[in-house]
Design a binder for this molecule. Sequence first.
Ligand code: MF3
Ligand code: CO
Length: 256
Amino acid sequence: MIALRDESEIAILREANRIVSDTLVVLAEHVKPGVSTGQLDALAEERIRAAGAVPSFLGYRGYPNSTCISVDEVIVHGIPGARTLCEGQIVSIDVGAYYQGFHGDAALSVACGEVDDLRRRLMDATDRALAAGVQAARAGNYLADVSCAVQQECERAGFSVVRDFVGHGIGREMHEEPQIPNFDTGVRGPLLRDGMVLAIEPMVNAGKPGVKVLRDGWTAVTTDGKPSAHYEHSIVVRNGAPEVLSATPRLVWGQR
Ligand code: MF3
Ligand code: CO
């Protein structure tokens, strides 16, 4: 069953996601060569707690940190640590915050210094794919309309969507029904309606869609070693249309 949230719950979800997007803005501003992913994570934890929230990821199924920081060929679930960023890399930052009983969740990819044309096009296409998915999240559409919109935008640009990970409903738990694939599964899925809260999160590879998870049990990398990008927004279907909960005027993504 997919939970439908009322106005008072949506108000809290806005707050949880505002904490997430504020944290993402601060982290994005700190992405530069020489900075370690562990430093970014520490900064995120500090910000989330200062806002009166708790990092959603910390301790989730034993996950050791407050953020996932996925560099270049790492698709998602990169564990922050001693790795320092280099000029030209794609740095995908994923943040979750638990606030007054509800989770916020969002992610974006940031260029470390100047990136090459392939990486820039990959990031832009993934951002556009998120925007297309968000726009399809309206009452009267089916979930598959979101999935297909995301896939179409990625493949139009010549890139491939990851199949092994999906978006999700979000609310009192970080992962709720429904699962939100970024590709056409051939199943139209549930009809979307007001009050549904969805985390839409395309993970897009420059090369083949294949994924390999490293021995740490988390780090998901491309099988071909080519770069990957990841953008995510939490949205609510409200008055028939998507409202982006994790948007911020300081740094806008997925809202073309
Ligand atoms: N945004 C990711 C997701 O929706 C974050 C999960 S990372 C984890 O699944 F470490 F918490 F698992
Ligand atoms: Co998510």
